[in-house]
Design a protein. Structure first.
Length: 353
């Protein structure tokens, strides 16, 4: 799809979830860690928004902020018209029926002392949706929906493989008929062949149940397969956002180009554009560089980049980028595999919307 827009031939879906200018700072004894710094994103109903970036980019913190498992330092969160920053803890607990999460470690996220019926049935019991025989029947139905069987209902988690355990985690996540599921590195711990099965299961459930996903992963192939729209994060900030396929075909931000260049399947064809060569390691979120946070590693860095933080600007209908290379008031872009429009819309976005 185009960014936050309809797929060809479809009406634009309503927005289910929106985060604006999310900030999260953690205080340690010596430092203030800026884990998330002004992140905005929007998830239309029935769609998947992917979050990619290296370890420490703040992806998983965004996941927890989205569900209010962590309280933001500042920012706005809206779920289906409800201002999540204004709801009480009790109201938030009730809303979690509609907002679920699938974790990375399928076996570690299941209580080894719990039988499957209790693990999958727990959210049903907590939210008062089923009990007794009805709860068991619903768990069996959920297990069958995710490719397990009624014979599994009284087993313990250690009796399952990693892929089967993740299916249990997914059954638990969909038990309460949620609208939004946050998948936090949900297939990262699985073998590649099992990953594909679990990704296909998630896609099938999305089609059957109308689910929206916030899909977080460091594997670009996985995100490309799943996401309608992708947000690329670096040191707590979104640096590029756009249509999933187009973004990987034609990355614009030097950091996105670095990520894409590291994946052989995505590497640019010979002679097409300039290949970015990354330098060094990401800085610490407790001491981010001034100006553009990527400038110490950026092969395109200019003097301005050391002093002035770039803001997200719309550079095409389906793309926003935070990089001075795309600021029309400054030097022309030095990397432009696809010609930029003659006149850039002046819809500067201090935050993505
Ligand atoms: Fe590189 Fe400058 Fe763009 Fe940052 S703003 S990504 S340092 S060119």
């Amino acid at each position: 799809m185009t960014e936050s827009g309809p797929r060809p031939g479809e009406a634009e879906p309503p927005v289910l979830f929106e985060a604006r200018d999310l900030v999260k700072r953690f205080r340690t004894r010596r430092h203030v860690v800026q884990a998330v710094n002004g992140v905005s994103l929007r998830i239309p109903r029935g769609r998947t928004v992917g979050l990619v970036g290296e370890s420490g980019s703040g992806k998983s913190t965004v996941a927890r902020l989205a569900l209010r498992l962590l309280d933001p330092t500042s920012g706005e969160l809206n779920f289906d018209g409800i201002d999540l920053m204004r709801v009480s803890r009790a109201e938030m607990r009730a809303l979690r029926r509609r907002m679920q999460i699938v974790f990375q470690d399928p076996l570690g996220s299941l209580n080894p002392r719990m039988r499957v019926v209790n693990a999958v049935g727990e959210p049903l019991a907590v939210h008062g949706l089923a009990k007794g025989r009805a709860l068991v029947d619903r768990v069996v139905e959920l297990l069958e929906r995710v490719g397990l069987s009624s014979a599994d209902v009284y087993k313990f988690s250690h009796q399952f493989s990693g892929g089967q355990a993740q299916r249990i985690g997914i059954a638990r996540a969909v038990a309460t008929d949620p609208d939004l599921i946050v998948c936090d590195e949900a297939v990262s711990a699985l073998d590649v062949s099992v990953q594909a099965q679990v990704l296909n299961l998630l896609k099938r459930l999305q089609a059957e149940l109308g689910l929206s996903y916030l899909f977080i992963a460091h594997d670009l192939n996985v995100v490309r397969y799943m996401a309608d729209e992708v947000c690329v994060m670096y040191l707590g900030q979104v640096v590029e956002r756009g249509d999933g396929d187009a973004l990987f075909r034609d990355p614009r931000h030097p950091y996105t180009r670095m990520l894409v260049a590291a994946v052989p399947e995505f590497a640019p064809a010979e002679g097409k554009g300039r290949r970015s060569v990354p330098r060094g390691e990401p800085a610490s979120p407790s001491d981010p560089p001034p100006g553009c946070r990527f400038h110490p590693r950026c092969p395109e860095a200019m003097r301005r980049c050391e002093q002035e933080a770039p803001v997200l600007r719309r550079i095409a209908a389906d793309r926003v980028v935070a990089c001075h290379l795309f600021d029309p008031a400054d030097a022309p872009p030095v990397y432009s595999p696809v010609p930029l429009p003659d006149s850039l819309p002046d819809s500067t976005e201090a935050s993505a919307t």
